[in-house]
Design a protein around this ligand. Structure first.
Ligand code: SF4
Length: 443
């Protein structure tokens, strides 16, 4: 009897990539493969790439080397955003057998025959215009939380971004299918679902293959709130111009949607926002934050910011710093601008020297630590609900409250994937929060 073939996956980048790796993994399972960890010996290694990752090429080469070291005979395939943008670059990496672009990645099992290694990397890429169909996905990353894809691609034209070139036009899953996937997830004892996509606020566009919005993001949120068995729903990242009052008001009253928003700002200077071709000015951003805090004073608000965009003077940067310093936000994700081929920004003048970019990034990261601490302090003595995660981290178990405060307590396997009511008591030296249980299990 033939032994079952083994497949291993490595995912780089965002939650969307993680959800898509899961879909590809299920296809392999249907073809009779067993999934193993990437550090184990496999017959095929699949690397789901990202174009946002710093030094994406270096990172990719290291991962291929790791796979080859574990099993030099194994077949190596690359899929994902970087594989769409730079297929030949990936195919030329020693040991790579197959590179699949945006339309082909979900057909990977059709390309796998006898798994014997190729003399050179075979490329099957596509024109990004052809990536106009939707493939639904969800991933079960650990035992506590699932990433549910609701939308893909982007019709915006931010001047620094390659995602529209890597993922194509904005398109959405049907409402019916999203609800079906959410139900399936809840039946697997997963307590939290995180909605994912490239531009989830654009949900509904391309739902049935046309450019119209069939449903709005607000309608999606309302429909998901009614799915039985889901304990927590988290809206991940949403563009400020697409986060409407009705959604914020609904979340403030919802039992399942948690008070946590991640809203990309990118710059606190209107001059830079215009150069980036973002679809809002900083005044709208302030308005969104104020609206959230008015109806949910305990809400956690995360912010994406890019430093060192071409044309960003010291003055523009300080404007961003001061803007964020004064705003009632909870933490920052800081990205240091780096040029991407085939983007408008890569051709712009007034390039910011790399050392200045690094310095600005450090300053904003410092601000993020301060903001998070202030947010955590504001939450001390409040009663929250925590969902415990599944890993033992140096003798502790971690968890997140509904408003994204990270808590810890000594490891106890019985807590894994359970929800508890707690009172936040103290911030530890490592920045995590201690608590007291205030009653028995929530459910
Ligand atoms: S909204 Fe802008 S930054 Fe975000 S994926 Fe679309 S083009 Fe890129």
């Amino acid at each position: 009897m033939n032994a079952r073939k083994k497949v291993a996956f490595y995912t780089l980048g965002c939650k969307l990539n993680f959800s898509e790796t899961s879909t590809i993994a299920r296809d392999f399972k249907d073809e009779g493969f067993d999934r193993v960890d990437f550090s184990e010996e496999a017959d095929i290694y699949v690397i789901n790439t990202c174009s946002v990752t710093e030094n994406a090429d270096k990172r990719f080469k290291t991962i291929v080397k790791q796979a080859q070291k574990t099993n030099p005979e194994a077949f190596v395939a690359a899929v994902g955003c970087y594989a769409q943008l730079k297929p030949q670059e990936l195919a030329d990496v020693n040991g790579v057998d197959l590179v699949l672009g945006a339309t082909e990645k979900f057909k990977i099992t059709d390309y796998i025959n006898d798994l014997s290694k190729n003399d050179f990397g075979e490329v099957h890429s596509c024109e990004i215009e052809d990536a106009d169909f939707y493939v639904g996905s969800y991933s079960i990353g650990d035992r506590t939380r699932a990433f549910l894809k609701v939308q893909d691609g982007c019709d915006y034209k931010c001047t620094y971004c390659t995602i529209p070139l890597a993922r194509g036009i904005s398109r959405s899953d049907t409402l019916e299918n999203v609800l079906k996937n959410a139900k399936e997830i809840s039946e697997r004892n997963i307590k939290e679902i995180v909605l994912t996509g490239v531009n989830i606020g654009d949900y509904g566009k391309g739902e049935f293959g046309n450019k119209k919005h069939e449903h709005t993001f607000y309608e999606l949120v309302k429909a998901l709130d009614n799915v039985e068995g889901i304990e927590r729903l988290r809206i991940s990242s949403i563009e400020p111009n697409l986060l409407k009052n009705e959604t914020i008001d609904f979340v403030s009253k919802s039992k399942t949607f948690v008070p946590h928003f991640h809203i990309p700002l990118q710059s606190g200077s209107n001059t830079i926002l215009k150069l980036m071709r973002r679809r809002y000015m900083k005044e709208l951003y302030v308005d969104r934050v104020n609206k959230i805090k008015k109806v949910m004073p305990h809400a956690c608000i995360g912010v994406d910011a890019i430093v060192g965009f071409p044309g960003e003077t010291d003055g523009h940067f300080l404007e961003t710093y001061n803007f964020l310093n004064e705003l009632d936000i909870s933490y920052l994700h800081v990205f240091t601008y780096s040029e991407r081929d085939n983007t408008v920004a890569a051709e712009m003048d007034n390039v910011v020297p790399k050392n200045v970019r690094t310095k600005r990034s450090k300053m904003l990261r410092g601000l993020s630590v301060k903001k998070r601490r202030a947010f955590y302090e504001s939450q001390l003595n409040s009663d929250r609900t925590v969902l415990f995660e599944s890993e033992n981290k140096e003798g502790y178990i971690h968890g997140f409250t509904e408003n994204y405060v990270k808590v810890k307590t000594p490891w106890n396997p019985e807590l894994v994937n359970t929800l508890h009511n707690i009172k936040l008591t103290k911030i530890d030296d490592d920045g995590m929060v201690r608590f007291e249980f205030i009653n028995e299990l929530v459910e």
